[in-house]
Design a protein around this ligand. Structure first.
Ligand code: BES
Ligand code: MN
Length: 455
């Protein structure tokens, strides 16, 4: 392994240059006009897989964006590791807040800045280059390897779910490795044993059939923005509890053992608040911040619009108002069930003076596995070899809906070995990825293959 590690260190600069080429492609999945760049990005990563020595490399067509597959099955009698990642990225707006062009990667202060640098090009590229290193130094990896790099993670992975069902045999494996989560803190190898789920809703309130002069009509009819605001404030109570009936019914309460586990994780609420520029933290009563962040469900308004939002003042009583509301879920909450309860509750809260329409946008199931699983321990061991530090196990607050499907459809354990940091500004302006975490990822990846080969 020493030689592989040497190769990784010697080739860092080239790896980073290649990553930059990947990051220059604006593969934003939610924007129709970026379809050519989606294709380009799929081709780029397919070419990478071919170049490093993967076989049967193909960008599979789907009803949506291509899924890139490649395998190397030359390690007879050894386990097969499937590495998952996504080449699609989030939109970049507000563009004016970026210090450098989101698609012209720039290195500042040991970090590479670009959309997708962390989420997720930088993270899965570390595995691609790890496999290259194993081929180059040892002639072959110590385990069988399959790559699945998709282009729809940021919009729900619908076509990947179909692909998993159709290609169960092709994708057969003993473990799925995913690097698309966060480390708890810098230089702290972290394995996540849970993900939150998601239920994303849209609520539209309509009052009068047209916008009205707020002088001539104000006082006579309900204002949709006022009613929507009242509604939103009723969804979470003073103690931070979501008020939707049955919302907590399927929630698995944190066990004493798990709460003890949370307490062993180093975390300063004061420093956390300071970093976010708030005087005080807030959340569900009876739980610590770390517990609230990943072990408990939440409800948040993500956006609200209606009426006049331009510069200056315009007196208007708007006809409609809309809010985007998401709920992060924990096991065993089911997004579809929660969406129904949400709709019922919302409809019961609005007065007769307005109409309300509720739409479910998308969702994903929460994920939780025991962390004493052998594959998890192999990953923990690998991260320790890569850093000299003991790995910690955490639940992740974000969501990766396809992870549950990997588990269900392929019946393989999934390992979440995050290389990013929550401070990397994913989905925000100035997304970045620490170069030392990229290098850590490369090393942890090769050690993981070695661990798997020995088990
Ligand atoms: N990489 C993230 C998941 C994530 C979020 C990891 C926060 C660590 C911290 C993933 O690409 C993502 O953004 N997922 C979406 C899922 C949604 C679109 C269904 C999310 O969590 O909002
Ligand atoms: Mn993302």
């Amino acid at each position: 392994m020493e030689k592989v590690i040497n190769y990784i260190e010697k080739n860092q600069d080239r790896f980073i240059e290649e990553l930059k080429d990947y990051l220059r492609i604006p593969s934003i999945s939610t924007l129709k006009e970026n379809q050519p760049q989606i294709k380009e990005s799929a081709e780029f990563i397919a070419n990478q897989l071919k170049t490093i020595g993967m076989k049967k490399v193909k960008a599979y067509k789907t009803a949506g964006n291509p899924i890139v597959y490649g395998e190397w099955m030359g390690a007879k009698g050894k386990p097969t590791v499937l590495i998952y990642g996504h080449y699609d990225v989030q939109p970049v707006d507000p563009l004016e807040l970026w210090k450098s062009d989101p698609f012209e990667p720039e290195i500042r202060d040991g970090k590479i800045y670009a959309r997708g640098a962390n989420d997720n090009k930088g993270q899965h590229f570390a595995h691609v280059k790890a496999v290259e290193s194993l081929f180059k130094v040892n002639g072959k990896p110590p385990v069988n390897i399959k790559f699945v790099i998709e282009g729809e993670e940021e919009i729900g992975s619908e076509n990947l779910e179909i692909f998993l069902n159709e290609k169960k045999d092709l994708l057969k494996c003993d473990a799925v490795m995913v690097s698309d989560t966060s480390m708890h803190a810098p230089k702290t190898p972290t394995i996540s044993y849970g993900l939150r789920g998601l239920c994303y809703m849209e609520v539209q309130i309509t009052g009068p059939n047209r916008d009205l002069h707020s002088g001539s009509f104000g006082g006579s009819v309900a204002n949709p923005i006022n009613e929507l605001s009242k509604l939103i404030t009723k969804l979470v109570d003073e103690n931070g509890k979501v008020t939707i009936p049955n919302f907590y019914k399927d929630v698995i309460e944190l066990s004493d053992a798990e709460r003890e586990q949370y307490k062993t994780i180093k975390f300063s609420e004061k420093a956390y608040a300071k970093d976010l520029g708030v005087k005080e933290l807030q959340g569900e009563g009876g739980y610590s911040t770390l517990e609230r962040l990943s072990g408990r469900p939440t409800l948040d308004c993500n956006g609200i619009y209606g009426g006049f939002t331009g510069e200056g003042a315009k007196t208007v009583l708007p006809s409609t108002a809309t809010a985007k509301i998401s709920m992060r879920l924990v096991p065993n909450q089911i997004p579809k069930k929660i969406a129904k309860e949400f709709e019922k509750h919302v409809k019961s809260l609005v007065p007769k003076s307005v109409k309300v329409e509720v739409r479910a946008l998308h969702g994903g199931l929460p994920f939780l596995v025991p962390f004493d699983d052998e594959v998890m321990q192999a990953a923990a061991e690998a991260t320790t070899k890569a850093t000299g530090k003991k790995a910690i196990f955490t639940r992740e607050g974000g969501s990766i809906p396809i992870v549950v499907e990997f588990n269900k459809i392929l019946k393989a354990p999934v390992v979440l070995m995050g290389l990013g940091l929550d401070s990397d500004d994913i989905h925000s302006p100035n997304e970045h990825f620490w170069l030392e975490n990229f290098e850590y990822g490369l090393k942890a990846s090769v050690y993981f293959m070695e661990e798997m080969s020995n088990r």
